[in-house]
Design a binder for this molecule. Sequence first.
Ligand SMILES: *Cc1c(COP(=O)(O)O)cnc(C)c1O
Length: 389
Amino acid sequence: MCRNNLRRPKKKVSEFGGCFVPEPLNTVLARLEEAFLEYKDDVAFIQENNYYLKEYVGRENPLTYAERLTKKLGGARIFLKREDLNHTGAHKINNVVGQILLAKKMGAHRVIAETGAGQHGVATATACAMMNMDCTIYMGKEDVRRQELNVFRMELLGAEVISVNKGGGRLKDAVDEALTDLIENYESTFYLIGSAVGPHPYPTIVHYFQSVISKESKRQVLEKEGRLPDAVVACVGGGSNAIGAFSAYLDDKEVRLIGAEPIEAATLTQGKPAVLHGFNSLCLQDEEGNPLPTELIAAGLDYPGIGPEHSHLKTSGRAEYVTVTKKEVLDSFQELSRTEGIIPALESAHAIAHVIKLAPSLNRDKIIVVNLSGRGDKDVAEVKRLLEQ
Ligand SMILES: *Cc1c(COP(=O)(O)O)cnc(C)c1O
C-alpha cells in the first residue's frame, strides 16, 4: 500500500511523501489506509463526523471581515477564518475528532499520540474523554518539564501522559515511543498523528479531515463577496492548518496560496529533501544530513520537517512560502489584539504578520482570507515575558 505516495492520485506524481518504515509498521499502515479509503466516502461516517464538528467543535465558525485592520493597512480587504473559536481553541480538534471516529470503526478502544508543546495532546485527550476512548500521550521529558500545565490538563481529561527519557527527551523521541507502542498493540490501539506529516497514509488523512476549513471559507466568501479570494494565507508548522485552508482552492489557479514560516525554521525555503519519521519531504538539516533542532517562540511550529504535500506545492509552484521574523510576529500579535479585539495564537500571528506586509501592496478591491489557526490565551504569559525583555 505504501508504494502509493500520491496525495491526489489522479494528478501529477510527487516525489515527496511515501512510507519508509520497517515491516511490522508497513502492515499496520496498510490496514489504516484500507479503513480510511472505506470510510472517507461513507455517508454514515461523514454524517457522524459532521455531527461532532457541529455539536462538539462548534462549526461552522465565521469568516470575519477584519474591518479596522483593513482600513488601517489601506489595501486588500482581510477576512479571518476563525479556527480560534473551535472548542479547545484551535484547528487541531478537526483532525482529532475525525481520526478518533476512524479508530472506532477500526475496532480500537485505545488512542495514542505524540505531543511537543502539548497542544495536540490536549486536543486528543479532550476528544478521547468525550468519545470514551483510553488515551495515552507520549511526551519528551524536556517538554513535560516545560509544559507542566498542559500535562495536568491532559491528566484532568483522563489521559495518561508518558514522559519519554530516551534520546534527547524531545518530540522526535516521543514519536519513536508511540510507534513502538503501535507496533506492539495495533489490534486495540490507534496512533493519532497531529499534523500533515508522517508516513503515508497519514498526510492524506489529515488533509481530508482539515479540508473542512477551506470548504467552509470558500462557501462563506462566495456568499459574502460573490467571488473567490485573491490570496489565502496560513502559518506552516507541520502543515495541517495550511493544507486545510488551501485544499478547496487547489484547482482555482487564480487564488494565490501563501504559507508563512518562522524565519528560524524556514523548512520550505531552506530545507533539502530527506526522509524523516518515515516520509520523504523537505527538511532542515546539518551538513551530515541530521535534522536540525529548532527553537521558536511558537512551539506549535517547532518541527524540522514539513508535510510532504507542501514540499510538492512548493516545487510545483502552486503555493508560495514566505518567512516572517520574531519581531514581526510579536508586532502582529499586538496589532490584531488592538484593532480587532482578537488575541491570536503565536503560530497564527505568523500568518497575520505576512498579511500586514501583503495587504497594503494590493488594491482595495482585492480579498485576502487568512487562517486564524488558534487563539492566543496560551501565549499571553510568554508574550508578556518577551515584551518586558
Ligand atoms: C499546532 C498549531 C499550529 C501548527 O501546526 P500545523 O500542523 O502546521 O497547522 C498552528 N497553529 C496553532 C494554533 C497550533 O496549535
